[in-house]
Ligand binder design. Structure first.
Ligand code: SF4
Length: 341
């Protein structure tokens, strides 16, 4: 059984942080969080379904992008039951634009397990939540502490950075979970975990920590000296081309030709996109060009009108229906730029 970061681990060994320091840290951090917590829609509820949704959406995605999608996803699937009974294509369509579609598939699978094996109720402990598809140690601890008040600590990238700077040590792996568990406020574990992440996201930021406004500066071993040591990864550059074919057909606003990615594609399987072209038309000008970044690659995306259909498989889709199609993020971006979405 996997051990989760918890306050009970403090007693039997020497902590990195002496007990009086732990107490001061908790009260300073929570007092700051009470005053400065960002007003984010998922913080208005302790419903485990909503907490789970926000935690999964926030993985590898910026808060601003999640804000756009969170409410719409809940409008379409307001309960775990509605998510469990939805078609996969509808779930992927609601996820479109957030990327990392495996997360949406796993949520869909987990919703079915919650309905089938737990009578529609989420397990109330981190260990129980860990048995659901797509829920790892971090997410299990986040849901258990925020929705059910279980005293388990979380470690994500923000918490890791705060703990390393606070202690002045390059903590790794289990050391991080232990340190987070030592500091945890067991009576307000959900708020405490969110406060740690908030501190890392808004004050103890990767490149330029705002130490002068930090609520725990008095307890910090480094006060920013460990900042910005991570090497930045150089971005690769690539040019890619897509065909945007729009014709008068069914629907008031015409139709757009879309193709579906293979079901066994390693990325964005079964999602819909515009047909990719091997190269542009050297003698003509593209309809437009836009930039798109995915992890370490910056793409220059040129979008062309083509006379011949550049792909044998695919379908003409009425513009009014596009919103309901599970589009890749880039296809959505192109269609928005073309004012077809
Ligand atoms: Fe981070 Fe600076 Fe606060 Fe230390 S004092 S925790 S380095 S923001």
């Amino acid at each position: 059984m996997r051990k989760l970061g918890g306050a009970e681990t403090v007693q039997s060994r020497q902590s990195l942080f002496p007990i009086p320091q732990q107490r001061r840290f908790r009260s300073s951090l929570l007092a700051w969080y009470n005053r400065h917590a960002r007003d984010l829609p998922w913080r208005a509820s302790r419903d485990p379904y909503r907490v789970w949704l926000s935690e999964i959406m926030l993985q590898q995605t910026r808060v601003a992008a999640v804000l756009e999608h969170y409410k719409e996803f809940l409008r379409r699937f307001p309960t775990v039951q509605r998510l469990a009974t939805a078609r996969e294509a509808s779930v992927l369509a609601a996820w479109s634009g957030l990327g990392y579609y495996r997360r949406a598939r796993m949520m869909h699978a987990a919703a079915k397990v919650v309905m089938r094996e737990h009578g529609g109720e989420f397990p109330v402990t981190a260990e129980g939540l860990l048995t659901l598809p797509g829920i790892g140690r971090y997410t299990a601890a986040a849901i258990a502490s925020i929705a059910f008040g279980e005293p388990v600590a979380v470690v994500d990238g923000n918490v890791e950075r705060v703990l390393q700077r606070l202690s002045g040590k390059r903590l790794a792996g289990e050391e991080l979970w232990t340190a987070a568990g030592d500091l945890l406020d067991a009576k307000r574990s959900g708020d405490f975990n969110q406060a740690m992440m908030e501190l890392g996201a808004t004050v103890c930021t990767p490149r330029a920590p705002a130490c002068l406004t930090c609520p725990v500066i008095e307890l910090c071993a480094t006060r920013g000296e460990l900042a910005a040591t991570a090497k930045s990864v150089p971005q690769r550059k690539r040019e890619i081309h897509y065909a945007l074919n729009h014709r008068n057909g069914d629907g008031r606003n015409g139709e757009v030709f879309l193709v579906q990615r293979a079901r066994d594609a390693s990325l964005m399987a079964s999602m819909w996109e515009l047909p990719e072209l091997v190269s542009g038309n050297g003698t003509a000008k593209p309809l437009f060009t836009l930039r798109h970044s995915i992890t370490v690659t910056d793409y220059t995306v040129r979008v062309w009108h083509t006379d011949a259909l550049p792909h044998k498989d695919g379908k003409w889709t009425p513009v009014e229906r596009i919103e309901k199609v599970a589009l890749t993020g880039l296809a959505r971006k192109i269609l928005r730029k073309a004012e077809l979405l």
